[in-house]
Design a protein around this ligand. Structure first.
Ligand code: BGC
Length: 744
């Protein structure tokens, strides 16, 4: 079969890849082998030798932090034509939710509850990235996040392992296609293995303590799903996991990943993480760090330079066996062979502009944004708005911010083609009077790491309190002059993401004060949220009639918001994370275990005496412009044996007057068993589109893989003979109930 990548080479069998790798490996000196295990930075964040010099002497296998097709080709030419082995480089970058055409952030795409959304998005991202000359993306990010304070919650699929696993597999398929080396695709990287989302206090990089049961039942499933989907690479996490840094954690990288899951690709460290094993108080010195990371199963050192400094000497002195080095090199070479890099190492310098020009990419981005948005409130059916409206005000600094619209991880130069919410509304209503006032600017109290590394020369000076006050009054005055107000509030892109954790989940700055002042005018107000994490909008949830969670919706975000506001699209997204009432309630998630004084019991004592501890919006929640009824839940059998599978069905009917989407969700609870189990666990979901009056029967299977779990009391995977509750409904508070029993 011809390799459709345009290389003319044939798709190799596993045996052919292995044979080829052995031939290449046999020709490499130890120093060249270590070079393959070394990833160097293509830009100047970190001090060190020039990448050209390192590549010329065979000292690098991969380059990151570079985004320039000509430069890729120039460096590749050095690798292929001037380095002793001539092995091509792998070019890597964080392509997280789009390359040029930016899709909604991953948390938003998870809110679609439709795996085809991230799959298509990542296929487009892969096509554009590959056209630019990239081979490898540092995504998908698969960290379960139950603490909304943690900034990186924006990069993942939220709090749930079942939803997370579905989104993980979809993203791997999108990035890679059906195999490594598929045309127009890139190698994916499942990161950050593992547990990073559970850092103490939601503080980025802080240590993580997770018992094995929680790791295996909650934090591992998306990673395991990525392996099953054929992901080519893994990235180790930064933080300590139960006192052993993830980047030096043999149990994670060898026992679980390779031993149990059979992963055959390679593992790269997170940036500088091998060297950080010293900083973290784990390794004695950099030599020890290199020794322990490689021994633990970490194949490629991302930019810390620890491997090139020490691996050769460690082998020469007999401390490390060359077999360990060879195994790591083999895995990296196999990826290069499968990607067809030996046949076609160079990028076509004109290709990107052609690829990006495809209107399909923007159409896909708009659809993804539409499907990701969640309608949180719609009192008195204020939405959808009438397109005949004559005089509308749009308020909020985010309403016309391209960077807030595109969202986090846009550090490597994209064309700022984003359509803001203001622009989207103006395009939708070309004849209406649409006034705009930004209100006071919102700022982080401390600058982001990216703001420091890559300062924006055009960033205006921070507003003085006096300027902010003027902006505040102008915004209120602008709202006063309109018939209806759309407030666009939330967070700037640099307020979530890496090193962007928060202690509070309130709207930052004076946004809530402004919202209150505008609502006090007595006009109809719609709140559109642009943000990368749950926000505690308790006041808005009671006082603003219509609220749309638009997340960070990407290049076409403003159009998609306007499509939703004016009813061209009926929102159907659902929250992939619980929205707490306060930041201090985090971590808050639905799949908690029962306690001795459960809610509703006589002994129930609200967990806090100073406010309701329940979510503001529960996991799985989202409204529509129509209504649905879910009924007739039935199980194929009330009793079955361990190991058997039962079928659950339920009917969902659109009981309203317009077509719409409902996400039917299946939750289970095991009443008693070897261990206590969560009071609810998502085990199935399906997003369906229904015309008014239409009914559809939705079917779920519950078999051993859904019913087994890692038991702490038994130290093993178990499927208990036990009684189960089932709920089917439209969010994690579903009440439609059935039950079944599993017998031994
Ligand atoms: C982040 C990773 C990222 C890497 C390379 C690190 O700081 O934690 O997610 O892939 O940088 O950019």
């Amino acid at each position: 079969m011809e390799n459709p990548n345009g290389t003319g080479a044939k798709v190799l069998t596993n045996a052919e890849v292995e044979a080829r790798v052995e031939v290449i490996l046999a020709g490499l000196s130890l120093s060249e082998k270590v070079g393959q295990l070394t990833q160097v930075g293509g830009t100047t964040f970190i001090e060190g030798p020039k990448p050209e010099d390192v590549i010329r002497r065979g000292g690098a296998g991969s380059v990151l932090w570079l985004n320039d097709t000509q430069k890729f080709n120039a460096l590749q030419r050095i690798a292929v034509e001037e380095s002793p082995s001539g092995i091509p480089l792998l070019f890597a970058l964080d392509v997280i939710h789009g390359y040029r055409t930016i899709f909604p952030v991953p948390l938003a795409m998870a809110a679609s509850w439709d795996p085809t959304v991230p799959e298509r998005a990542q296929a487009v991202a892969a096509k554009e990235a590959r056209a630019a000359g990239l081979h490898w993306t540092f995504g998908p990010m698969l960290d379960i996040a139950r603490d909304a304070r943690w900034g990186r919650i924006v990069e993942g699929a939220g709090e749930d392992p079942h939803l997370g696993a579905a989104m993980a597999a979809a993203q791997v398929r999108g990035f890679q296609g059906d195999r490594l080396g598929a045309p127009d695709r890139v190698v994916a990287c499942a990161k950050h293995f593992a547990g990073y989302g559970a850092s103490d206090g939601g503080r980025d990089y802080d240590p993580v303590y997770l018992p094995e049961g929680l790791l295996r039942n909650v934090y591992f499933p998306p990673f395991h799903a990525a392996v099953e989907a054929g992901v080519g690479t893994f990235m180790s996490a930064y933080m300590d996991l139960n006192d052993v840094p993830a980047s030096g954690n043999r149990w994670l990288l060898r026992d679980v990943l390779r031993g149990e899951w059979g992963f055959k690709g390679f593992v790269v460290s997170d940036a500088l993480a091998v060297g950080n094993l010293v900083t973290q108080g784990f390794a004695r010195d950099r030599r020890d760090a290199a020794f322990r990371a490689l021994s633990a199963g970490l194949d490629m050192d991302m930019a810390s330079n620890t491997y090139p400094e020490h691996l050769e000497e460690l082998v020469d002195s007999g401390a490390l066996s060359v077999e360990l080095i060879d195994d790591a090199v083999r895995a990296i070479l196999a990826v290069k062979v499968r990607m067809g890099l030996f046949e076609q190492p160079y990028a076509d310098e004109g290709l990107l502009e052609q690829v990006v020009a495809s209107p399909e990419h923007r159409t896909a981005a708009r659809l993804a944004a539409q499907r990701s948005m969640v309608l949180l409130r719609n009192e008195g059916a204020l939405l959808p708005l009438d397109k005949g409206i004559k005089n509308l005000a749009v308020i909020g600094t985010l309403a016309n911010s391209k960077s807030a619209t595109e969202g986090s991880w846009m550090v490597f130069g994209h064309i700022p083609a984003a359509v803001t919410v203001l622009e989207g509304i103006r395009a939708k209503l070309p004849d209406a009077t649409i006034t705009y006032a930004p209100g006071p600017e919102i700022e982080r109290e401390f600058p982001s790491m990216f703001d420091i590394l890559m300062p924006d020369p055009n960033k205006p000076a921070p507003q003085t309190p006096e300027q902010a006050e003027v902006a505040f009054q102008q915004a209120v005055d602008t709202a006063r002059g309109a018939d209806l107000v759309v407030m666009v509030l939330g967070e700037h892109a640099n307020m979530s993401g890496e090193a962007a954790s928060r202690a509070s989940l309130d709207l930052p700055g004076r946004q809530e004060e402004l919202l209150k002042a505008v609502v006090a005018l007595g006009k109809p107000v719609v709140l559109v949220l642009l943000n990368g994490r749950p926000l505690s909008i308790t006041w808005a949830a009671e006082n603003v009639p219509a609220i749309v969670e638009a997340w960070e919706p990407g290049t076409e975000g403003g159009h998609a918001v306007a499509d939703i506001l004016f009813g061209d699209v009926n929102p159907g997204g659902k929250l992939p994370v619980t929205f707490p009432r306060k930041g201090s309630h985090a971590p808050l998630y639905y799949a908690r275990n029962l306690t001795h004084s459960p809610e509703g019991s006589r002994a129930y004592n609200p967990r806090y005496w100073d406010g309701l501890p329940t979510p503001l919006y529960p996991f799985g929640f989202g409204l529509s412009y129509t209504t649905f009824e879910i009924a007739n839940v039935s199980v194929s059998t009330a009793r079955m044996k361990v190991g058997e599978t039962l079928t659950v069905t339920a009917d969902v009917t659109n009981t309203g007057r317009v077509a719409g989407d409902e996400v039917v969700q299946l939750y289970i609870h095991q009443r008693a068993g070897s261990d206590t189990r969560p009071m609810r666990e998502l085990k199935g979901f399906e997003r369906v589109t229904l015309q008014p009056g239409e009914t559809r029967t939705v079917t779920f299977q519950l078999g051993p893989s859904a019913l087994r779990y890692w038991s702490t009391s038994r130290g093993a995977w178990v499927q208990d003979a036990a009684e189960f509750d089932i709920w089917v409904g439209s969010d994690s508070l579903a009440t439609l109930h059935a039950e079944f029993r599993v017998e031994s």
